[in-house]
Ligand binder design. Structure first.
Ligand code: BDR
Ligand code: CA
Length: 314
């Protein structure tokens, strides 16, 4: 069993990632740190709690993450992609009981699962960066990190150059890349290829599926329609966040290279804010530098889709 502590901002693709993790036989979700990003932190915690309630997994702690970026700017939410509540047209029930655990719970979990915990970060990296500012020594006990973020020599999705998670708090991404050991970045180069279509969702819902039945269809439909507005003619929508989990459980799904990553954090609204840079010129040894990050550069799409359908149909 792979033990995973998730940092995220649910959000439709975050929510589908949480469902995938909960349904996966080899993944044990040990906690969710919910922070601002696609929605406010308050909404993110409610959405996470709703998903756990539907899965009858209220035993998984939801931890309060950050409410704004370290980089100083006020975050912009994305209702046009994720809906006003982050779950497309769905709102969690008003009487939902949400038990929120304090930030220190992260360190308790890292100690509890010493050297066997994978941290997956699929939101702005503010909360994860703060763990290093508060508990540098404890975070050395984390086995590895998977981060959805960045765009290497390919267009961004919030600005011409930047991907949303890095753009949202570039200072935080920089801190994480400097401090964390064994980091895998899953950038847009990979996640833009993780396209799921309405036909695939229909197929999944025809299988023997119960836990999230009434949620998957409307949230995916909303997300798909948003992408069609952004990119007219698109046949599906990219499940950015979910790829981190599929990459973790299927080591050959993504093609990687090792390079040092630089994050451009200057500029309040400047064109280069959130740009991720690496030197991809050929070099003699693939893994030669201590500061290298493992960067995903390509996805085996057929295998990704097959795995997605298998897990979501459970
Ligand atoms: C990332 O930005 C967020 O809006 C999505 O949930 C995903 O984590 C994609 O750039
Ligand atoms: Ca996200």
């Amino acid at each position: 069993m792979r033990k995973v502590l998730l940092f995220g901002d649910p959000g439709i693709d975050d929510s589908l990632a949480i469902m995938y993790a909960l349904l996966h036989p080899d993944i044990e979700l040990v906690g969710i740190v919910a922070g601002y990003g696609n929605v406010s932190r308050d909404q993110a915690t409610k959405n996470a709690a709703y998903l756990l309630q539907l899965a009858k997994r209220e035993d998984i702690p939801i931890i309060a993450g950050a409410i704004r970026p370290l980089s100083g700017e006020v975050n912009v939410y994305y209702p046009e992609i994720h809906g006003p509540s982050g779950l497309g047209p769905i709102r969690p029930p008003a009487n939902l009981q949400v038990r929120i655990y304090p930030f220190q719970t992260i360190f308790s979990l890292v100690n509890q699962y010493k050297n066997e915990l994978t941290i997956i970060d699929v939101g702005r990296s503010t909360s994860l960066a703060i763990t290093f500012l508060l508990g540098e020594e404890t975070m050395k006990k984390v086995k590895e990190y998977y981060i959805m973020g960045g765009a290497f020599l390919t267009p961004g999705n919030v600005t011409p150059l930047a991907e949303a998670n890095v753009f949202g708090d570039p200072t935080a991404t920089q801190i994480v890349l400097e401090q964390a050991q064994s980091v895998t970045m899953i950038p847009l180069n990979v996640t833009n290829k993780a396209i799921i279509t309405p036909a695939m969702i229909d197929y999944i819902l025809k299988q023997n599926h119960a836990t999230f039945e009434f949620l998957i269809q409307p949230i995916f439909h909303y997300y798909f329609k948003s992408y069609q507005k952004l990119q007219p003619g698109s046949k599906g929508a990219p499940l950015h966040d979910l790829v981190t989990f599929s990459a973790l459980s299927n080591p050959s799904l993504v093609e990687y290279t090792y390079r040092e990553v630089e994050v451009v954090s200057t500029g309040r609204t400047g064109n280069t804010r959130g740009l991720t840079v690496a030197d991809f010129r050929p070099r003699s040894q693939e893994k030669s530098h201590k500061k290298d990050t493992r960067i995903g550069l390509n996805l085996h799409t057929d295998a990704f889709v097959q795995d997605f359908i298998n897990i979501m149909s459970r």
